[in-house]
Write a protein that binds this ligand. Sequence first.
Ligand code: CAA
Length: 258
Amino acid sequence: MQYADLLIETHDKVAVIRLNRPKAMNALNDNMMNELGDALYKFDADPAIHVIILTGSEKVFAAGADIAAMANYTYADTYPGNYIGRNWEHILNVRKPVIGVVSGYALGGGCELAMMCDFLIAADTAKFGQPEIKVGVTPGAGGTQRLPRAIGKSKAMDMLLTARMIDAQEALNTGLISRVYPADKVMEESLGVAQAIAAMPVTVAMAIKDSVNRAFETTLSEGVRYERRYFHAAFGTPAQKEGMSAFLEKRQPNFDGK
Ligand code: CAA
Protein backbone atom coordinates (compact mmCIF):
# COMPACT_ATOMS: atom_id res chain seq x y z
CA MET A 1 0.00 0.00 0.00
CA GLN A 2 1.57 3.28 -1.19
CA TYR A 3 0.21 6.66 -0.15
CA ALA A 4 1.33 10.28 -0.56
CA ASP A 5 0.48 11.35 3.01
CA LEU A 6 0.72 8.11 5.01
CA LEU A 7 3.44 5.60 5.81
CA ILE A 8 2.41 1.99 6.30
CA GLU A 9 4.11 -0.89 8.13
CA THR A 10 2.94 -4.27 9.31
CA HIS A 11 4.35 -6.26 12.23
CA ASP A 12 2.78 -9.74 12.18
CA LYS A 13 -0.89 -9.15 12.97
CA VAL A 14 -0.45 -5.44 13.71
CA ALA A 15 -0.70 -2.72 11.06
CA VAL A 16 0.84 0.69 11.71
CA ILE A 17 -0.52 3.72 9.85
CA ARG A 18 1.58 6.90 10.22
CA LEU A 19 0.24 10.32 9.31
CA ASN A 20 3.01 11.84 7.21
CA ARG A 21 2.93 15.49 6.11
CA PRO A 22 6.03 16.60 8.00
CA LYS A 23 6.26 20.06 6.39
CA ALA A 24 2.75 20.93 7.60
CA MET A 25 2.87 19.34 11.08
CA ASN A 26 0.70 16.49 9.72
CA ALA A 27 -2.17 18.93 9.14
CA LEU A 28 -5.16 16.89 8.05
CA ASN A 29 -6.28 17.62 4.50
CA ASP A 30 -8.69 15.92 2.11
CA ASN A 31 -6.08 13.71 0.49
CA MET A 32 -4.75 12.45 3.80
CA MET A 33 -8.23 11.72 5.13
CA ASN A 34 -9.19 9.89 1.92
CA GLU A 35 -6.01 7.84 2.13
CA LEU A 36 -6.57 7.15 5.82
CA GLY A 37 -10.04 5.80 5.11
CA ASP A 38 -8.68 3.61 2.33
CA ALA A 39 -5.89 2.16 4.50
CA LEU A 40 -8.20 1.60 7.49
CA TYR A 41 -10.78 -0.25 5.41
CA LYS A 42 -8.13 -2.42 3.74
CA PHE A 43 -6.63 -3.48 7.07
CA ASP A 44 -10.06 -3.97 8.63
CA ALA A 45 -10.91 -6.38 5.80
CA ASP A 46 -7.57 -8.22 5.94
CA PRO A 47 -7.88 -11.42 8.02
CA ALA A 48 -4.11 -11.39 8.67
CA ILE A 49 -4.42 -8.10 10.60
CA HIS A 50 -6.02 -8.05 14.07
CA VAL A 51 -5.06 -4.61 15.43
CA ILE A 52 -4.32 -1.23 13.83
CA ILE A 53 -2.08 1.48 15.31
CA LEU A 54 -2.66 5.05 14.13
CA THR A 55 0.25 7.36 14.86
CA GLY A 56 2.17 10.36 13.58
CA SER A 57 5.84 11.29 13.82
CA GLU A 58 7.98 11.74 16.93
CA LYS A 59 7.27 15.48 16.77
CA VAL A 60 3.58 15.61 15.97
CA PHE A 61 0.53 13.36 15.79
CA ALA A 62 -1.41 16.04 13.89
CA ALA A 63 -1.70 19.82 14.38
CA GLY A 64 -5.33 19.88 13.28
CA ALA A 65 -7.28 20.41 10.13
CA ASP A 66 -5.23 22.04 7.37
CA ILE A 67 -5.74 25.76 7.98
CA ALA A 68 -4.18 26.73 4.64
CA ALA A 69 -6.62 24.46 2.79
CA MET A 70 -9.73 25.71 4.60
CA ALA A 71 -8.92 29.39 5.15
CA ASN A 72 -10.88 30.49 2.08
CA TYR A 73 -13.78 28.07 2.47
CA THR A 74 -17.25 29.60 2.52
CA TYR A 75 -20.37 28.17 4.13
CA ALA A 76 -21.32 26.94 0.66
CA ASP A 77 -18.12 24.88 0.56
CA THR A 78 -18.48 23.42 4.04
CA TYR A 79 -22.16 22.61 4.51
CA PRO A 80 -23.22 21.28 1.08
CA GLY A 81 -19.71 19.85 0.62
CA ASN A 82 -20.04 18.02 3.97
CA TYR A 83 -16.57 19.09 5.13
CA ILE A 84 -15.31 16.68 7.81
CA GLY A 85 -18.34 14.38 7.45
CA ARG A 86 -17.31 13.39 3.93
CA ASN A 87 -14.05 11.66 4.89
CA TRP A 88 -12.90 12.13 8.51
CA GLU A 89 -15.04 9.52 10.23
CA HIS A 90 -14.13 6.32 8.35
CA ILE A 91 -12.20 5.31 11.46
CA LEU A 92 -15.50 5.00 13.35
CA ASN A 93 -16.56 2.21 10.96
CA VAL A 94 -13.47 0.09 11.64
CA ARG A 95 -14.46 -3.03 13.58
CA LYS A 96 -11.03 -4.18 14.71
CA PRO A 97 -9.26 -2.41 17.60
CA VAL A 98 -7.52 0.85 16.68
CA ILE A 99 -4.90 2.17 19.12
CA GLY A 100 -3.85 5.81 18.78
CA VAL A 101 -0.21 6.48 19.65
CA VAL A 102 0.52 10.18 20.20
CA SER A 103 3.94 11.83 20.35
CA GLY A 104 4.12 15.62 20.31
CA TYR A 105 1.12 17.71 19.31
CA ALA A 106 -2.41 16.39 18.91
CA LEU A 107 -4.31 19.62 18.36
CA GLY A 108 -7.74 20.54 17.05
CA GLY A 109 -8.74 17.95 14.47
CA GLY A 110 -5.63 15.99 15.48
CA CYS A 111 -6.93 15.64 19.04
CA GLU A 112 -10.39 14.80 17.65
CA LEU A 113 -8.97 12.12 15.35
CA ALA A 114 -7.00 10.68 18.28
CA MET A 115 -10.19 10.56 20.34
CA MET A 116 -11.87 8.50 17.60
CA CYS A 117 -9.34 5.72 18.30
CA ASP A 118 -10.35 3.00 20.76
CA PHE A 119 -7.73 4.01 23.27
CA LEU A 120 -4.67 6.22 23.40
CA ILE A 121 -1.08 5.65 24.39
CA ALA A 122 1.18 8.70 24.54
CA ALA A 123 4.82 9.66 24.69
CA ASP A 124 5.84 11.92 27.54
CA THR A 125 6.21 14.64 24.87
CA ALA A 126 2.51 14.57 23.95
CA LYS A 127 0.41 17.72 24.08
CA PHE A 128 -3.34 17.65 23.57
CA GLY A 129 -5.47 20.69 22.83
CA GLN A 130 -8.53 22.08 21.07
CA PRO A 131 -7.31 25.53 19.94
CA GLU A 132 -9.99 26.00 17.25
CA ILE A 133 -11.39 29.05 19.09
CA LYS A 134 -8.13 30.87 18.33
CA VAL A 135 -8.69 30.46 14.59
CA GLY A 136 -12.32 31.55 14.87
CA VAL A 137 -14.17 28.25 14.62
CA THR A 138 -15.66 25.62 16.88
CA PRO A 139 -14.19 22.12 16.79
CA GLY A 140 -15.72 20.25 13.88
CA ALA A 141 -14.84 16.59 14.33
CA GLY A 142 -16.41 15.83 17.68
CA GLY A 143 -14.17 17.75 20.09
CA THR A 144 -17.06 19.32 22.02
CA GLN A 145 -18.66 15.88 22.39
CA ARG A 146 -15.85 13.36 22.91
CA LEU A 147 -13.64 15.54 25.10
CA PRO A 148 -16.24 16.05 27.89
CA ARG A 149 -17.09 12.35 27.77
CA ALA A 150 -13.39 11.52 28.11
CA ILE A 151 -12.26 14.03 30.74
CA GLY A 152 -15.41 15.59 32.24
CA LYS A 153 -17.20 18.86 31.56
CA SER A 154 -15.11 21.26 33.62
CA LYS A 155 -11.70 20.40 32.19
CA ALA A 156 -13.15 20.04 28.68
CA MET A 157 -14.75 23.50 28.88
CA ASP A 158 -11.46 24.90 30.18
CA MET A 159 -9.50 23.40 27.28
CA LEU A 160 -12.06 24.28 24.62
CA LEU A 161 -12.64 27.86 25.78
CA THR A 162 -9.06 28.85 26.64
CA ALA A 163 -7.30 26.73 23.97
CA ARG A 164 -4.79 25.60 26.60
CA MET A 165 -2.88 22.40 25.93
CA ILE A 166 -2.52 19.60 28.44
CA ASP A 167 0.58 17.44 28.68
CA ALA A 168 0.77 13.65 28.75
CA GLN A 169 0.66 13.44 32.55
CA GLU A 170 -2.48 15.59 32.78
CA ALA A 171 -4.01 13.60 29.94
CA LEU A 172 -3.26 10.41 31.87
CA ASN A 173 -4.68 11.81 35.12
CA THR A 174 -7.91 12.83 33.40
CA GLY A 175 -8.40 9.53 31.60
CA LEU A 176 -7.94 10.90 28.07
CA ILE A 177 -5.14 8.39 27.53
CA SER A 178 -4.44 5.00 29.06
CA ARG A 179 -0.63 4.85 29.25
CA VAL A 180 2.45 7.11 28.96
CA TYR A 181 5.93 5.98 27.94
CA PRO A 182 9.22 7.82 27.35
CA ALA A 183 9.31 9.15 23.81
CA ASP A 184 12.08 6.80 22.68
CA LYS A 185 10.15 3.75 23.93
CA VAL A 186 6.58 4.61 23.04
CA MET A 187 6.37 2.81 19.68
CA GLU A 188 8.07 -0.33 20.94
CA GLU A 189 5.81 -0.44 24.02
CA SER A 190 2.69 0.31 21.94
CA LEU A 191 3.56 -2.46 19.50
CA GLY A 192 3.83 -4.78 22.51
CA VAL A 193 0.34 -3.73 23.65
CA ALA A 194 -1.04 -4.21 20.14
CA GLN A 195 0.62 -7.61 19.79
CA ALA A 196 -0.83 -8.72 23.13
CA ILE A 197 -4.31 -7.82 21.84
CA ALA A 198 -3.57 -9.42 18.45
CA ALA A 199 -2.82 -12.71 20.23
CA MET A 200 -6.36 -12.72 21.72
CA PRO A 201 -9.27 -14.08 19.72
CA VAL A 202 -10.09 -11.41 17.14
CA THR A 203 -13.81 -12.23 17.23
CA VAL A 204 -13.95 -11.46 20.96
CA ALA A 205 -11.83 -8.31 20.63
CA MET A 206 -14.24 -7.03 17.97
CA ALA A 207 -17.27 -7.87 20.12
CA ILE A 208 -15.77 -6.08 23.15
CA LYS A 209 -15.01 -3.00 21.04
CA ASP A 210 -18.55 -2.97 19.68
CA SER A 211 -20.05 -3.39 23.16
CA VAL A 212 -17.93 -0.65 24.76
CA ASN A 213 -18.83 1.77 21.97
CA ARG A 214 -22.51 0.90 22.56
CA ALA A 215 -22.12 2.30 26.09
CA PHE A 216 -21.84 5.80 24.61
CA GLU A 217 -24.93 5.47 22.43
CA THR A 218 -27.55 3.82 24.62
CA THR A 219 -28.94 3.34 28.13
CA LEU A 220 -27.20 1.12 30.71
CA SER A 221 -29.83 -1.63 30.58
CA GLU A 222 -29.84 -1.73 26.75
CA GLY A 223 -26.04 -1.74 26.74
CA VAL A 224 -25.95 -4.69 29.12
CA ARG A 225 -28.51 -6.56 26.97
CA TYR A 226 -26.28 -5.91 23.96
CA GLU A 227 -23.23 -7.24 25.81
CA ARG A 228 -25.19 -10.32 27.01
CA ARG A 229 -25.99 -11.28 23.38
CA TYR A 230 -22.28 -11.30 22.53
CA PHE A 231 -21.52 -13.24 25.72
CA HIS A 232 -24.09 -15.93 24.84
CA ALA A 233 -22.91 -16.04 21.20
CA ALA A 234 -19.31 -16.58 22.36
CA PHE A 235 -20.32 -20.08 23.45
CA GLY A 236 -20.79 -20.95 19.78
CA THR A 237 -17.20 -20.03 18.89
CA PRO A 238 -13.90 -21.97 18.79
CA ALA A 239 -12.33 -19.18 20.88
CA GLN A 240 -14.48 -20.04 23.92
CA LYS A 241 -13.78 -23.78 23.56
CA GLU A 242 -10.03 -23.17 23.27
CA GLY A 243 -9.84 -20.49 25.99
CA MET A 244 -11.71 -22.45 28.63
CA SER A 245 -10.07 -25.81 27.75
CA ALA A 246 -6.63 -24.21 27.96
CA PHE A 247 -7.45 -22.79 31.39
CA LEU A 248 -8.65 -26.15 32.71
CA GLU A 249 -5.69 -27.98 31.16
CA LYS A 250 -3.29 -25.41 32.69
CA ARG A 251 -1.74 -24.42 29.33
CA GLN A 252 -1.55 -21.26 27.23
CA PRO A 253 -4.47 -20.88 24.79
CA ASN A 254 -3.77 -20.84 21.06
CA PHE A 255 -6.23 -18.51 19.40
CA ASP A 256 -4.65 -18.69 15.92
CA GLY A 257 -7.40 -18.45 13.35
CA LYS A 258 -10.06 -17.91 16.03
N1 CAA B 1 -2.73 23.62 9.18
C1 CAA B 1 -1.85 23.96 8.20
N2 CAA B 1 -0.54 24.13 8.43
C2 CAA B 1 -0.09 23.97 9.69
C3 CAA B 1 -0.96 23.62 10.75
C4 CAA B 1 -2.34 23.44 10.45
N3 CAA B 1 -3.24 23.09 11.38
N4 CAA B 1 -0.22 23.56 11.89
C5 CAA B 1 1.05 23.83 11.54
N5 CAA B 1 1.13 24.08 10.21
C6 CAA B 1 2.32 24.45 9.42
C7 CAA B 1 2.75 25.90 9.72
O1 CAA B 1 2.00 26.81 8.97
C8 CAA B 1 4.22 25.84 9.32
O2 CAA B 1 4.29 25.90 7.92
P1 CAA B 1 5.49 26.79 7.21
O3 CAA B 1 6.76 26.14 7.66
O4 CAA B 1 5.20 26.63 5.75
O5 CAA B 1 5.34 28.18 7.75
C9 CAA B 1 4.64 24.42 9.72
O6 CAA B 1 3.42 23.66 9.83
C10 CAA B 1 5.33 24.38 11.07
O7 CAA B 1 4.49 25.02 12.02
P2 CAA B 1 5.03 26.14 13.05
O8 CAA B 1 6.09 26.95 12.42
O9 CAA B 1 3.82 26.89 13.55
O10 CAA B 1 5.66 25.20 14.18
P3 CAA B 1 5.78 25.48 15.73
O11 CAA B 1 6.62 24.38 16.27
O12 CAA B 1 6.20 26.89 16.00
O13 CAA B 1 4.27 25.35 16.32
C11 CAA B 1 2.10 24.29 16.55
C12 CAA B 1 3.62 24.12 16.27
C13 CAA B 1 1.90 24.70 18.02
C14 CAA B 1 1.44 22.95 16.30
C15 CAA B 1 1.54 25.39 15.65
O14 CAA B 1 1.90 25.09 14.30
C16 CAA B 1 0.05 25.53 15.69
O15 CAA B 1 -0.47 26.15 16.61
N6 CAA B 1 -0.69 24.98 14.66
C17 CAA B 1 -2.11 25.19 14.51
C18 CAA B 1 -2.90 24.42 15.54
C19 CAA B 1 -4.39 24.66 15.37
O16 CAA B 1 -4.88 25.78 15.45
N7 CAA B 1 -5.15 23.59 15.11
C20 CAA B 1 -6.58 23.64 14.93
C21 CAA B 1 -6.91 23.77 13.47
S1 CAA B 1 -8.66 23.99 13.19
C22 CAA B 1 -9.31 22.40 13.26
O17 CAA B 1 -8.63 21.44 13.54
C23 CAA B 1 -10.76 22.30 12.91
C24 CAA B 1 -11.42 21.03 13.35
O18 CAA B 1 -11.77 20.86 14.50
C25 CAA B 1 -11.73 19.97 12.38
